[in-house]
Ligand binder design. Structure first.
Ligand code: G6P
Length: 612
């Protein structure tokens, strides 16, 4: 989703801004722009914007010869106003103030009316332009940019992470955060800011994460932060622990393929020091976690997208193995409904980014309505969700660049199995079951390596999907959410319509759709539901459906005219959802490759959805 980069330095910042934007490309965007106080053009405010990729913007800036020691830049993912150059950020006012903004100013219509009445002329359809003119309005009664921004934000309703630059004071940037993340990057004699630390890793690894309500003034040598109460505050400086370099595809054609193949490695990292043949290590969910788990009698999991599918899988596991009641809900639903909170409820949020607006809002609500405690399972240390939850657990997947989530999902599942063991300890979990889960987890990285060897076979099979418009994914029990995730992956990157059903629901509707043009993908490990699943397969066969079955050898499926069987390495039941995810990821990747879509940045989608 939208990305922000800003810099104030002694050197030319154009390349820093462009490199920052490139590093944010993975988040998804449709246009990009840069504003500079242009030393090659009499220190005038120079704004260059382009629809399409950052490379088009870089070419345009090359042509203008733009140069400056202070600048702001943005990748836009359209919310208000179409994808046009005029709607791209930065937006400016009076050829003096430039603004980049993530989030949505919800009262932009009334602000636009008020500002128009006061003589400001709008040149875009965006909500963001109201920020530029509001700052200009408040600068009529002060000569201090920080005070003008503080006054302006008081009139905004909604979410914003915004950066303001004033051409007449080209030594400072002013930023404001409410609802959309912003991080300040500290250099030596230069400072930076961004919506995501990834953007700044080539120039610094020292960061200050702004908090809700903060407004800050940043110069080359100073950072002044004022909190929501108007007090000057010091915020911690954090050394980044992000290890992976976003710029490296490691020889793979796409980040997504690289990330699929990284899964054995990142799973090893995720398990390291937490589970071994000795069992689950104590205290891995943080200080006080055991006390909280002991008291927990109900778990509510909240997430969006792929992370939601991890949550649905965990519901099966927590109830089946750890004897604790669990419900799962999509964050955007939970946050806007009145829900019942049983006593001793633990709220668990799952998120790759830790910045998903709906998930953050759900956490905030849960605190208000009486949840006993909160735990975040997240891939990004220092993210808003991690900072705002009582307990946090990092999935250690490393930076995930492909918009379609892969390794983040399987590490979330591993984290959730570790949670099952940690909560189960306090809930009379059967020791044989927990010993089996430990064993399954320890051997999981090797099992994933074995499963990745199916890539060639799945690449061949993908040919058969290239002319299909629709598809159906079937699974039962804890494989139902895996079927959901498989369908999501296929639709996200190949644009083939895909639906997932719990196989038992087949005859309650989707059976009507079955014909030779509707491939049916079945996940069939060898578990107690296998015979039921086989009956569902026969129902599809009887209606002329063509099936692609991912099955355990012991499940005894045979390929024939109507069924292609891919044998998945035999694995223990508890980790089967993780193992069966791999072939479905590979299938969607190879189908997308044949269809020639933009695998890493699928159309209309964003990696981190920071607006609701
Ligand atoms: C977006 C991404 C998905 C992701 C979802 C939730 O839709 O494209 O891949 O699953 O957001 O994101 P989170 O960072 O909270 O896991």
């Amino acid at each position: 989703m939208c990305g922000i980069v800003g810099a104030v330095a002694e050197r030319n910042v154009v390349q820093i801004l462009l490199e920052g934007l490139k590093r944010l490309e993975y988040r998804g965007y449709d246009s990009a722009g840069v504003a500079l106080v242009d030393t090659n053009n009499h220190n005038k405010l120079s704004v260059v914007r382009r629809t399409g990729k950052v490379i088009a913007l870089a070419n345009a800036i090359n042509e203008t010869n733009g140069l400056g020691t202070i600048g702001i830049a943005h990748t836009r993912w359209a919310t208000h106003g179409g994808v046009t150059e005029a709607n791209a950020h930065p937006h400016s006012s009076e050829e003096r103030f430039a603004v980049v903004h993530n989030g949505i100013i919800e009262n932009h219509k009334s602000l636009r009316d008020m500002l128009t009445q006061k003589g400001f002329t709008f040149t875009s359809d965006t909500d963001t332009e109201t920020i530029a003119h509001s700052v200009a309005l408040h600068m009529q009664s002060t000569d201090d940019l920080l005070s003008a921004v503080q006054a302006a934000v008081k009139s905004f309703k909604g979410a914003y992470g915004a950066v303001v630059m004033d051409q007449t004071t080209p030594e400072k940037l002013v930023v404001a955060r409410s609802g959309s993340p912003l991080v300040i990057g500290l250099g030596i004699g230069e400072n930076f800011l961004a919506s995501d630390q990834m953007a700044l890793l080539p120039v610094t690894r020292r960061f200050i994460f702004l908090e809700e309500g903060d407004v800050a003034e940043i110069t080359r040598t100073s950072v002044k932060i004022i909190d929501g109460n108007g007090d000057i505050v010091e915020r911690d400086v954090v050394d980044s622990t992000v290890e992976h370099d976003a710029g490296d595809k490691g020889g793979y054609r796409h980040y997504m393929l690289k990330e699929i193949h990284e899964q054995p490695l990142v799973l090893r990292n995720a398990l390291n020091g937490r589970v071994s043949s000795e069992g689950i290590a104590p205290g891995i969910f943080g200080e006080g976690a055991d006390e909280i788990f002991k008291q927990t009698s109900y778990v509510k999991i909240i997430a969006c997208g792929t992370s939601y599918h991890a949550g649905v899988t965990a519901k099966y596991w927590l109830e089946q193995y750890a004897n604790v009641q669990c419900d799962v809900e999509i964050a955007s639903e939970f946050r806007y409904r009145r829900s019942y909170v049983p006593a001793n409820s633990l709220l668990i949020t799952i998120s790759q980014s830790g910045e998903t607006a709906d998930t953050l809002a759900a956490l905030k609500l849960a605190k208000e309505i009486g949840y006993m405690s909160s735990l975040s399972i997240c891939n990004v240390d220092g993210s808003s969700l991690v900072r705002e939850s009582a307990l946090s657990f990092l999935t250690r997947a490393g930076a995930e660049i492909g918009v379609a989530s892969t390794k983040a999902f399987t590490t979330q599942l591993a984290a959730l199995l570790m949670l099952v063991l940690s909560i189960g300890k306090h809930k009379n979990m059967d020791p044989t079951v927990s010993a089996n889960i430990v064993k399954a987890l320890v051997s999981l990285p090797a099992k994933l390596e074995e499963t990745l060897a199916l890539a060639g076979e799945i690449e061949n099979l993908a040919e058969e999907f290239s002319d299909k418009q629709h598809s159906l994914f079937l699974g039962r029990g804890d494989q139902y959410p895996i079927a959901m995730e498989g369908a999501l992956k296929l639709k996200e990157i190949s644009y083939i319509h895909a639906e997932a059903y719990a196989s038992g629901e087949l005859k309650h509707g989707p059976l009507a759709l079955i014909d030779a043009d509707m491939p049916v993908i079945v996940v069939a490990p060898n578990n107690e539901l296998l015979e039921k699943l086989k009956s569902n397969v026969e129902e599809v066969r009887a209606r002329g459906g063509i099936m692609y079955v991912f099955a355990d050898k012991e499940a005894h499926f045979e390929s024939d005219d109507t069924m292609r069987v891919v044998q998945v390495p035999h694995c223990m039941e508890s980790v089967a959802p993780i193992v069966y995810t791999i072939p479905l990821q590979l299938l969607s990747y190879y189908v997308a490759l044949i269809k020639g879509t933009d695998v890493d940045q699928p159309r209309n989608l964003a990696k981190s959805v920071t607006v609701e």
